[in-house]
Design a protein around this ligand. Structure first.
Ligand code: FAD
Ligand code: SF4
Ligand code: SF4
Length: 386
């Protein structure tokens, strides 16, 4: 079946790849955009669903422990310090799994993802760094039958992991480990170009970028020089429609179904943020823990006023002049939320925007599509009424 032929979620499809495999047969109950099943997924994977009365679980999902960590020395060319790729490589070296599902770049474009079932540590390391575009990860499930792979480590973002969890019992695997990445605001390859063109001074030379905890976007260019742009200076009118509809209706920012999550947003600037959700997550982390410098997570500031102001500014598609964006950025960086409070800032900002988007573009889906935890988070704010 040619890729992309079947897409029951239509415009909301994130191209997770399930429909390009024989497991398309399960799409009605597996697709994150046709059927939300957070509570059931959490209960099946972690033994219970998240406790909505527990403030950290409401935001970050079921967890055993959280920490901030850095791989030292950092893995050259990784997105942050390379904890994810190092862990994937060690899972193969130490015989925990037979293969790692990860995403390398296509031969002719740094930002075009190419999912792969890596069988050697070198292949996992070659897949380091984000390809910040929608990736067809689950299409490689099609290669499982007859491959001899019995134990798999899957690395992926929330929508991919939701679908994977829904079909995992029918994959014929003895063991499945899941290393999740937090994810938000993903784009198609064309959407990425619009973003780069409107944000960077030299879009054609960007090789790496990240939205960081200092409220700036950090670009790295091919010659090694860096460029930073304040969030508040983004060309909101032009960028409002750049994100994929799937991502404008997604509430799985923190990858609720993963065993272990490795991101950055709950950690201080320069550090990675690790969330261990269950025993399998502990097992995964133990592969690299001796290589990490760690510190406890922390949280300072109060995000709420900034989130409320951001909802109104975004809705009116305001664009600040660069000098003002720099001044706002300077204040927020010094006095704004840090650590877990920064993560809550980002979750609140995206969930309110997405709830509004869903209400306007798919009013009939709001009831089904907004999970209980997101409903509660969004309920803390005033949303525009029209
Ligand atoms: P590396 O060792 O460099 O490994 C990166 C891994 O990412 C590789 O294993 C690769 O297989 C995988 N990967 C690359 N592109 C994709 C893709 N498109 N889909 C699925 N897997 C992919 N963290 C946050 O805290 N907040 C965010 O808002 C956030 N947004 C993200 C958005 C996207 C699209 C992606 C891919 C990641 C995002 N992350 C976010 C995670 C973060 O940017 C880092 O990937 C993570 O901290 C791991 O860093 P590392 O240096 O350990 O990874
Ligand atoms: Fe199929 Fe995945 Fe798209 Fe849903 S998101 S329609 S499962 S490819
Ligand atoms: Fe998938 Fe959500 Fe990330 Fe979009 S934002 S790629 S829907 S996890």
């Amino acid at each position: 079946m040619p890729r992309g032929t079947v897409r029951p979620a239509r415009d909301l499809c994130s191209d997770c790849g399930l429909c390009d495999s024989r497991w398309v047969a399960y799409v009605r109950r597996a697709c994150a955009f046709l059927h939300q099943r957070f509570e059931r997924m959490e209960a099946e994977v972690h033994g219970r669903s998240r406790d909505l009365e527990q403030p950290d679980e409401l935001y970050f999902g079921v967890f055993r422990r959280m920490l901030a960590a850095r791989l030292e020395p950092a893995l050259d060319g990784a997105q942050w310090t390379g904890i994810v790729s190092t862990l994937g490589a060690r899972a193969l070296e130490q015989g925990l799994v037979d293969a790692v599902l990860c995403v390398r770049q296509s031969a002719d474009d740094r930002f075009t993802p190419e999912p792969v079932l890596a069988r050697t540590p070198a292949e996992v390391l070659a897949a380091r760094v984000n390809k910040p575009t929608l990736s067809n990860n689950l299409s490689v499930l099609e290669q499982l039958p007859g491959s001899g792979i019995r134990r798999l480590l899957a690395i992926g973002v929330g929508c991919q992991i939701q679908a994977l969890r829904a079909v995992q019992d029918s994959l014929g695997l003895e063991e499945l480990y899941v290393l999740g990445l937090p994810c938000v605001d993903n784009v198609s390859r064309e959407g990425l170009q619009t973003f780069l063109d409107s944000t960077s001074r030299s879009p054609e030379t960007v090789v790496h970028y990240e939205f960081m905890q200092d409220f700036r976007i950090h670009f790295r260019h091919a010659d090694g020089h860096g460029e930073t742009v304040p969030f508040f200076g983004l060309d909101t009118p032009r960028l409002k429609d750049v994100f994929a509809p799937s991502c404008l209706s997604c509430f799985d920012y923190v990858n609720a179904g993963a065993d272990l999550v490795v991101g950055y947003m709950g950690a201080p600037f320069g550090w990675q943020w690790i969330v261990v959700r269950n025993d399998r997550g502990e097992r995964l982390l133990s592969l690299v823990e001796e290589l990490l410098t760690t510190r406890p997570v922390q949280s300072t500031g109060d995000r709420r006023q900034a989130v409320q102001q951001g909802i109104e500014a975004y809705d009116r598609a305001l664009r600040l002049p660069l000098w003002l964006a720099e001044v706002v950025g300077w204040f927020v960086q010094r006095f704004g939320p840090t650590g877990l409070e920064y993560a809550r800032f980002s979750i609140d900002s995206h969930f309110t925007r997405n709830a509004l988007w869903l209400r306007r573009h798919h009013p009939d889906r709001v009831e089904d599509h907004l999970p209980a935890f997101a409903r509660r988070i969004v309920g803390q704010y005033r949303l525009p009424t029209e």
